[in-house]
Design a protein around this ligand. Structure first.
Ligand code: SF4
Length: 889
């Protein structure tokens, strides 16, 4: 690459074409103050505080927007530069309120810092009155635009990083300010309260509302967002009162850069909730009694032994957590397998999480994303199906929006409802309920018929002949009729998918949570194969829902796999475990989460240990789950709160929150990251790993593992694709598995290191679910932006709770009018002899024939209405939608 030579502060310097003076100066370690500049934003050159002098021409140049040129002689700190900076700053301060003592930005205000650096105290200019008043109606942010210096960072953050377009400049001259259209309050705009503008605002114009402490953070600790599976890295700021603020982690390369969503930024206050469990609780004669840890450990160990001795180890079932760390989940499955001797172990991510490893095996990344989330921006075509990342995985939505808005990517959105991503879609396809897989089959038929695939592909693929035969029998018109998507649309979309490379496929539980799960996922796998996605830098992005569902599965909280998805029956693997544990793991496959409850109901499971999950809310049919839990001889629940499930426990072990412990977590993109302990656990609560370590040690009569490092080292011995991951490395960088050696840089792109899949599935047309009959509706439920998982934490975050909708039924306004229903009318919905009463809300985004219910504080209609599937051999006992009847009351 050509280099450019110039002089900066008397030093000869070489830079690359395209660098600005600021870039080069920073590379040389020369400080130039900035206010409107941020490397993650486009260049604005708005504040001019970064002025430098070009000696030859005498020009004062804004260094952040001026490219370097050969022969330039730059002075970054000449008397003229300093004088000009002072004047610029004084002009800013002339209209800035003198309220530094009361300002939330405190000593992090960049304006104040630069003023101090330039020796500016009180200014000698007349003050310009500029009172706008503070706007703080929403629960998350305050705006005091009198402190705004018009750097435009908030506008660029909104438009470029999270791509919402909620704010822009409003008015001109002295009246100019960043505002929503017509200067409406933020809560009436498309703002999602992600807080990216607050993170980037250099002054106190934008700040967090209702911080637990007005004083600034004194220390920061790295952590991971406890909500969705995107794995956004957090920096927890603490002072003597504990965590006082959360910002995106600035110290290493992360998936999220400068962005977070509202949950990650402001939903952490559940750690300070008054409802936290502060000591172990024991149920005696129907009421709770505090007890010591000694009593709690003794009772837990006695019961673990007693029940397994009386009924055998298979009488215990263990439910691991999609929110606890890798080390905790590893120890939990070790407790089940090594401590008790059963494979009855699963984790909560089976309910909503990515496709299970049985379907997406070793060549598919075991159900994880195969490329980093950042690579979505490189995709030319993004097929988004069965998922609404704008609500459930906001970081993925930011990347999709950036791909479309700035990188010429094309979005194909398959969703019956209007979502925040609909305006960006090149094609918005709305198939009839339950026919997504059939629609994919339609795409396959077109690609095959129009020969839109590499003609030599067939030689490499297993099952090619059978696939060709089956696909040749398909009738596109029939598919169009059943899916209610026009033939020409199916053709156009199929052509776009086949021709635009790289292709990224983002999919969610709309595809895998339902009757046709296997059919849908196999059709999708065939689509990946036929478009040769692997050799064209494409990726698949299954959207998990919980922060460490990936880690819980990787660590073996699964009834049919040992840690690292290793076979229960392979002799060599069993020997390896036996060498480390001193005994081989049990051989027989255990019960999954559905089977555990079915067996508990039959009285075959006598004891259950649930860590960090709330199945009474998360599973369908709370009546069934409750009665199964009540039949247990002993239930241990380890959690932060007295959840609905914990209320039924015999023993409750209080756990520390994510901010109060160390460990590692693995995001959906296979990125392993470190959590640092930012504050002490509340009351007597303990990190889950310490509780498990103690129970294991007492149960087996062995010394406990000395620290977390020993747990991680045991994991690296047993799980081949975690072998190169060490705490020392994680302190400096996050690592993507597979990471086979300590020298390996990890594998952001899965298929660069693993041979891609090559099996095509035979695909005859599946029987599609019958549409709703007369007077029947399809009821769908899904998470809202302000709630996560089963709501254990988000419903105890005061700020998230304040803005979350109560349980409502969204209905198309025209449909409602036809039935004489208005906004707020109460209706009864019924299914299989069960019913519930809910208010309705008119929502244009919901199509006719569908009712949509946002998950509210973890509650879904499935909990009340669904009937636990008696036949667990089916594809998925917990559909994401159901047919209901509705009547006004
Ligand atoms: Fe990131 Fe997901 Fe947390 Fe939002 S909820 S901050 S997208 S990890």
């Amino acid at each position: 690459m050509d280099s450019i030579t110039l002089t900066i502060n008397g030093l000869i310097a070489s830079g690359r074409v395209g660098m600005t003076i600021l870039d080069l100066a920073r590379e040389m370690g020369i400080y130039i103050p900035t206010l409107c500049y941020d490397p993650s934003l486009s260049l604005a050159g708005a504040c001019r505080i970064c002025l430098v002098e070009e000696e030859k021409t005498g020009a004062l140049l804004a260094s952040c927007v001026t490219p370097i040129a050969s022969g330039m002689v730059i002075q970054t700190n000449s008397p003229r530069v300093v004088e000009s900076r002072k004047m610029i700053l004084k002009l800013m301060l002339a209209s800035h309120p003198e309220s530094c003592l009361l300002c939330d930005k405190g000593n992090r205000c960049q304006l104040r810092q630069i003023a101090a650096d330039l020796d500016i105290g009180l200014i000698d200019l007349d003050k310009l009155p500029n009172y706008t008043g503070t706007q703080e109606v929403n629960p998350f942010l305050k705006r005091d635009l009198a402190k705004c210096i018009l750097c435009g960072k908030c506008v660029r953050a909104d438009q470029e990083l999270v791509v919402e377009g909620a704010i822009d400049y409003w008015q001109r001259g002295f009246a100019a300010k960043p505002a929503t259209l017509y200067d409406q309050p933020l809560e009436k705009s498309s703002c999602t309260f992600c807080g990216t503008c607050v993170t980037l605002c250099p002054t106190g114009a934008l700040s967090e509302k209702d911080k637990p402490s007005l004083s600034s953070a004194l220390k920061t600790f790295s952590s991971i967002c406890p909500y969705c599976a995107c794995g956004c890295a957090l920096s927890l700021g603490t002072n003597c009162s504990g965590v006082v603020e959360v910002e995106p982690e600035p110290r290493r390369e992360t998936a999220n850069g400068k962005t977070l969503c509202v949950k990650g930024h402001y939903g952490w206050d559940f750690i300070r909730s008054k409802e936290r469990l502060l000591s172990p609780l024991l149920k005696k004669e129907g009421s709770w009694h505090e007890c010591s840890w000694e009593e709690a450990f003794t009772l837990a160990v006695d019961k673990l032994k007693e029940i397994s001795q009386a009924y055998g180890p298979e009488a215990w079932a263990f439910l691991g957590s999609s929110q606890c760390t890798n080390e905790e989940n590893y120890l939990f499955q070790k407790l089940a397998r090594w401590g008790i001797g059963t494979n009855n172990i699963d984790n909560g991510s089976r309910v909503y999480g990515p496709p299970d490893p049985g379907l997406f095996g070793p060549d598919w990344g075991w159900g994880a994303m195969t490329s980093p989330i950042a690579d979505l921006e490189k995709a030319r075509c993004i097929l988004l199906i069965g998922a609404n990342p704008a609500e459930t995985a906001p970081l993925v939505a930011y990347k999709i929006k950036r791909a479309v808005r700035f990188k010429n990517g094309e979005l194909i959105l398959v969703d019956p409802r209007w979502t925040r991503l609909t305006p960006l879609a090149r094609y918005w396809v709305r198939p009839r309920w339950g026919t997504d897989g059939l629609l994919i089959l339609g795409f396959l038929r077109v690609i095959w018929e129009e020969k839109l695939f590499d003609q030599e592909l067939g030689e490499h693929l297993l099952g090619w002949e059978e696939f060709k035969k089956e696909i040749g029998f398909l009738n596109l018109r029939e598919i169009a009729k059943e899916t209610e998507v026009g033939v020409e649309i199916i053709r156009d979309v199929a052509r776009a998918i086949a021709r635009q490379k790289p292709l990224a496929i983002v999919f969610g539980n709309g595809l895998w949570q339902g009757e046709n799960k296997s059919f849908n996922l196999r059709a999708l796998q065939n689509l990946c194969l036929i478009t040769d996605l692997f050799r064209n830098n494409g990726g698949i992005y299954p959207l998990g829902k919980e922060s460490n569902g990936q880690g819980a599965r990787d660590m073996g909280c699964l009834p049919d796999f040992l840690p690292g998805y290793q076979s229960l029956s392979d002799e060599e693997i069993r020997r390896k475990f036996s060498q480390v544990w001193g005994q081989a793991p049990p051989l027989a496959k255990g019960f999954n989460i559905w089977e555990m409850f079915a067996q508990a109901q039959k009285g075959k499971i006598k004891g259950m240990y649930i860590m960090g999950e709330n199945p009474l809310l998360a599973l369908p049919d709370k009546h069934f789950v409750e009665s199964a839990l009540k039949k247990l001889d002993f239930l241990i629940v380890q959690d932060l709160f007295l959840t609905d499930t914990a209320q039924l426990a015999h023993l409750i072990l209080p756990a520390a929150s994510f901010a109060e412990k160390e460990g590692t977590m693995t995001s959906a993109e296979r990125r392993v990251q470190l959590l640092e302990k930012a504050e002490e656990p509340k009351g007597q609560s303990l990190p889950d790993w310490q509780i498990l370590n103690e129970i294991l040690s007492r149960l087996k009569g062995t010394p406990p593992l000395a620290n977390l490092r020993e747990v991680l080292s045991e994991i690296s011995k047993l799980v081949p694709f975690y072998q190169g991951i060490t705490p020392e490395r994680l302190k400096k960088e996050s690592l993507f598995w597979p990471c086979l050696t300590e020298q390996s840089p990890g594998s952001p792109n899965f298929w660069q290191h693993v041979w891609p899949p090559s099996r095509l599935w035979p695909m005859s047309k599946e029987r599609t679910p019958q549409g709703p009959g007369e007077d029947e509706w399809v009821l769908i439920w899904g998470n809202s932006l302000f709630q996560g998982g089963s709501g254990t934490r988000s419903s105890r975050s005061r700020r998230l709770r304040d803005i979350s909708p109560a349980m409502i039924l969204q209905i198309n306004p025209q449909e409602a009018a036809r039935r004489g229903l208005a906004d707020g009318s109460m209706v009864r919905i019924a299914w299989s002899g069960r019913s519930m009463v809910l208010p309705i809300a008119l929502a244009q985004e919901v199509p006719a024939g569908i009712l949509f219910c946002p998950v509210s504080r973890g509650k879904t209609p499935a909990s009340e209405l669904a009937v636990f599937a008696a036949d667990l051999s089916g594809d998925f006992p917990f559909p994401r939608s159901m047919k209901v009847r509705m009547e006004g009351i």
